[in-house]
Ligand binder design. Structure first.
Ligand code: ADP
Ligand code: ZN
Ligand code: MG
Length: 452
């Protein structure tokens, strides 16, 4: 018998990302289908006509390798494509060209940073595989009929499969955010969940936490589909954990199945029992020769791989004492980080106290507008704002010191408890400052000096 207290969530992810190449995976049709009239970016290959021959897109292979390297995977120099069979109207060939036992990337991990009790903690989640396949057409259900748009058919699609390493919803959300960030960073996709260029399928089960601390997986899992935003991902997984917990409370075990998420009702519902692997009748794609990569091809991708966002953040946090939340904003886009670093360098000699934090703050809170990413304008505004504040603070300090030494009687009175004496000192200081600082700032400074 499982003690209900020892049940913990176990989650593994399957993430699909559409690759932003110019052409599709196995033909010359345009890959970007957004906003196109239906069924115009199509040809015999992506419509699955008999006899049409697929030719793999080397750019898509290159981008998959780049992502696999970003995930610290082992990259295969020799791999093949395989046919995965199933019947559905969005798949005109009756099979999808995918990769079965020779995924391009394997055995990697992605490290993610979290805020925990004022500290930044780092956790690694294992990536089982990264492979390349083709997207299907798109079904549109409208007014009682179903329409099919094949513009999406054959668009390069990367599938990322993690190990079941997640035990909290928060971990899932941060991980998927980081995948999205990395995919954008490496220019692989716009990875937009709402548009469907990034799709998430979480597998959820409850496992048994053993005395050793190890978590024993139970013999089932539930795959969740139709999640098209971060918000729904969180809700769907939370709902599913609770649903399964209630089944265990009744003394039963949840069924292995695929469930859809109904966003209006906020629940998951049964879609189908999951097919077993052999139902797909995988076999090697006979029309595409095995791909053998030259070592130099992979080495070049490796050499050109940019520093990854997690590493950039670690540096921002350790070198400049930035908060994780600010570092997360600055590493949302590579050009934003470059912008920050460039400004930091250019403002180095301005002697602004806490420059890295202030600059980050100004960008993150949009205190200074990033008008068309013009560094000169930004610098000017930033200096106006903070250069001047610096000057004024120096003035306040100088005046406060003078007032304290010029009016020893008032200082003594204040120390005996006369509040009025403080107001007198502030008044004297304000006369010299002539509106260049607020009375509260001046009062604060004088108080600080009197108490130290
Ligand atoms: P299948 O053979 O049914 O496709 P896999 O072992 O290939 O199952 O795993 C598919 C996904 O399910 C992976 O993301 C994996 O991490 C996840 N997964 C595997 N076992 C579990 C489990 N017990 N609970 C939750 N997720 C799991
Ligand atoms: Zn085509
Ligand atoms: Mg599988």
């Amino acid at each position: 018998m499982i003690d209900l207290k020892n049940l913990v969530p176990v989650i593994g992810l399957e993430i699909h990302v559409e690759v932003n190449t110019a052409s599709k995976m196995f033909c010359q049709c345009r890959a970007n289908y957004f906003g196109s009239e239906p069924n115009i970016n199509v040809c015999p290959v992506c419509l699955g006509y008999p006899g049409a021959l697929p030719v793999p897109n080397i750019k898509a292979i290159e981008k998959t390798i780049r992502l696999a390297l970003g995930f610290n995977c082992r990259v295969r120099r020799s791999f093949k494509f395989d046919r995965k069979h199933y019947f559905y109207p969005d798949l005109p060939k009756g099979y999808q060209i995918s990769q079965y036992d020779t995924p391009i990337g394997e055995n990697g991990f992605l490290e993610v940073d979290f805020e925990s009790k004022e500290k930044v903690v780092y956790k690694k989640f294992r990536i089982r595989r990264v492979h390349l396949e083709e997207d299907t057409g798109k079904l549109l259900h409208e007014g009682g009929q179903t329409l099919i748009d094949y513009n999406r058919s054959g668009v390069p699609l990367i599938e990322i499969v993690t190990e079941p390493d997640f035990h909290e919803v928060e971990e899932v959300v941060r991980f998927v955010e980081e995948v999205q960030r990395l995919v954008r960073w490496l220019d692989i996709s716009d990875a937009d969940m709402e548009k469907g260029s990034m799709r998430l399928e979480p597998n959820v089960s409850l496992g048994e936490k053993l005395l050793s601390g190890e978590i024993k997986l139970l013999d089932y899992k539930v795959e969740l589909k139709n999640i098209n935003s971060f918000r729904f991902a969180r809700k769907a997984v939370e709902y599913e954990i609770e649903r399964q917990r209630k089944i265990f409370e009744k003394g039963e075990v949840p069924k292995q199945e695929t469930r859809g998420y109904d966003e209006t009702r906020g629940i998951t519902f049964s879609q189908r029992k999951k097919e077993a692997e052999q139902d797909y009748r995988y076999f090697p794609e006979p029309d595409i020769p095995r791909v053998e990569l030259k070592e130099e091809f992979v080495e070049k991708i490796k050499r050109e791989l940019p520093v990854l966002p997690i590493k950039e953040r670690r540096e921002l946090i350790e070198k400049y004492s930035l908060r994780l939340s600010d570092a997360l904003v600055l590493t949302r886009e590579k050009r934003l980080l470059d912008f920050y670093k460039q400004l930091l360098k250019e403002l180095e000699n301005e002697k602004i106290e806490k420059l890295p934090q202030r600059l980050a703050n100004a960008i993150v809170n949009k205190k200074v507008k990033i008008e068309d990413w013009d560094t000169e304008k930004f610098k000017e505004r930033f200096l106006q704002l903070f250069g001047k504040v610096e000057e004024d603070l120096v003035l306040v300090e100088k005046v406060a010191r003078e007032v304290i030494s010029s009016f020893p009687k008032a200082v003594q009175d204040f120390k005996k408890g006369k509040e009025n004496a403080l107001m007198f000192l502030v008044g004297q200081a304000m006369r010299q400052i002539r509106g260049k600082a607020k009375p509260n700032t001046v009062k604060g400074k004088i108080l600080e000096m009197l108490r130290s």
